[in-house]
Ligand binder design. Structure first.
Ligand SMILES: Cc1cc2nc3c(=O)[nH]c(=O)nc-3n(C[C@H](O)[C@H](O)[C@H](O)COP(=O)(O)OP(=O)(O)OC[C@H]3O[C@@H](n4cnc5c(N)ncnc54)[C@H](O)[C@@H]3O)c2cc1C
Length: 445
């Protein structure tokens, strides 16, 4: 996503742009595939950062202006509402912030003042400063909110949708995610991520960029500490004035044949399943668009010690966005759980297949509504950390890349820049913004 956005912006200003993508379809793991006659979105649960068109200074509307894409072209539909479901408490939230503040007032009356002060702090914090140092979000949030349960509930969606750090995150990233989830909200293009990718690709080509799919970069070439081009996996050499990498921090260092420093490789990965039901989920009494849940006393967001853990997770029901049309949609449920890349990597073929089947069953069992859906499943697909690795090329199948973000987007090597997840802007909207801002900062002076 970040590479596509950067390409659009640069080509628009007359730069000669070549986009290289290893796979046949763009989008990393936020892409789409067809299997057995069905079309699925892989990554997309929801786009964060939903705002109405009139909110001109919000990340979504700003990035659309920069890419010259009309707001209506995205054909966005909003979530119904989502929920954070913990053993003793449940908080619902929607695209209007009052739902969340009312729910917190109901479930945690003594925390309302602290929560509202946290919201003010988040709103005014300079979260896009490129030289800000790491500050523990857990520590900052604890200075506003006493209840560990409420803190865990606030962190659960924020971490699942954007933390590359175990059990904590940088406060800047917390602010970005908090705003994008709770103060703005969820939406999706009506027909899914393929629609967005189609728009981006069309724009790229209209602006005169060249796009080469199934073209992996093997090495970034340097001369006198300057990036001068790339060597492709097929042996071809391409010279360039500047190289912009969206492959990740450690991954880019690998392409330079530089050492990847300790701590750069991310370790947090997910397993995910997609279930097709024989009926729309609404007919089973399920109304939420997304449920973030935790079934333990304390919430932990860590690499698991077993191949996967369903003690917490995310459940997305893509049929429960507010579609204002009569199109009949299949009942779809998507489960996301934390996983351990190394344990999946060690498995032989038979264990891999069996463990895949096991986690889907366990995801259904821990969903809280297993009895409603277990017998209604007509089709299942699932992916593992190895799939994440295959489609994003992220070291260790790390879903949100490196825990160390390079906010400046600059490397020691001149004329080489980083955009995307490891520049520190996460999610679809974040990645698009990252591609735009790094292009503006270094290449469109
Ligand atoms: C499973 C999953 C679910 C997600 N769900 C959501 C969601 O619901 N909503 C949301 O907003 N965000 C979601 N995200 C996050 C979102 O997808 C990412 O934040 C965003 O797409 C990151 O974009 P990026 O530009 O950083 O790069 P990536 O998506 O990491 O893509 C990097 C691209 O570079 C290519 N590449 C890597 N190495 C090479 C090479 N050597 N040569 C050529 N090409 C190469 C890869 O093939 C890939 O296409 C999800 C992510 C994942 C993995």
């Amino acid at each position: 996503m970040s590479g596509l956005a950067a390409g659009i912006r640069l080509a628009h200003y007359g730069k000669k742009v070549l986009v290289l993508e290893k796979h046949a379809i763009p989008g990393g793991l936020n892409s789409h595939f067809s299997k057995d006659g069905r079309r699925f979105d892989v990554g997309l649960h929801a786009m964060t950062n939903f705002v109405e068109r009139k909110q001109r200074s919000a990340p979504l509307t700003k990035l659309l202006r920069q890419l010259r894409i009309p707001y209506d072209e995205l054909d966005l539909v909003e979530q119904s509402y989502s929920a954070i479901d913990f053993p003793e408490n449940k908080i619902c939230f929607g695209n209007s912030f009052t739902m969340m503040s009312d729910e917190i007032a109901r479930e945690f009356p003594s925390e309302v003042d602290g929560f509202m002060k946290l919201v003010e702090h988040v709103k005014t914090y300079d979260d896009v400063s490129l030289d800000a140092k790491y500050i523990s979000a857990q520590e900052v949030v604890a200075s506003f909110i006493q209840s560990k349960v409420l803190r865990d509930m606030i962190f659960c969606p924020v971490m699942y949708y954007g933390s590359a750090v175990e059990d904590d995150m940088d406060f800047s990233q917390f602010c970005i995610m908090f705003k994008s989830l709770y103060l703005e909200g969820f939406c999706r293009p009506r027909t899914g991520v393929r629609h967005l990718l189609r728009i981006l690709r069309k724009k790229l080509l209209e602006n005169g960029a060249e796009v080469r799919m199934k073209t992996g970069v093997k090495e970034i070439l340097r001369h006198n500490n300057k990036a001068i081009g790339v060597q492709l996996e097929n042996g071809e050499t391409i010279h360039a004035q500047n190289v912009l990498s969206s492959a990740g921090y450690g991954e880019t260092l690998e392409m330079l044949n530089d050492e990847v420093p300790a701590g750069v490789a991310g370790e947090l990965s997910f397993v995910e399943s997609i279930l097709v039901l024989d009926t729309p989920v609404k007919d089973l009494g399920l109304d939420e668009t997304i449920i973030f849940f935790n079934r333990e006393e304390e919430f932990h967001y860590r690499k698991t010690t077993s191949p996967y853990s369903c003690k917490s997770g995310v459940i997305c029901m893509p049929g429960n966005f507010n579609y204002d049309d009569e199109v009949e949609r299949e009942g779809l449920v998507r489960f996301t759980s934390l996983a351990n890349y190394y344990l999946w990597k060690e498995m032989d073929e038979t264990t891999y297949r069996r463990t895949k089947e096991e986690f889907v069953k366990e995801q259904i069992n821990t969903s809280g509504f297993g009895d409603k859906i277990r017998d209604r499943v007509v089709y299942t697909d699932a992916f593992t950390p190895l799939t994440v690795k295959k489609f994003t090329s992220h070291i260790n199948g790390a879903i949100y890349g490196s825990p160390i973000k390079v906010k400046s987007g600059a490397f020691d090597t001149e004329n080489l820049y980083l955009c995307g997840t490891d520049q520190g802007f996460l999610g679809i909207v974040g990645a698009l913004l990252s591609g735009i801002s790094i292009s503006n900062k270094y290449l469109l002076l």
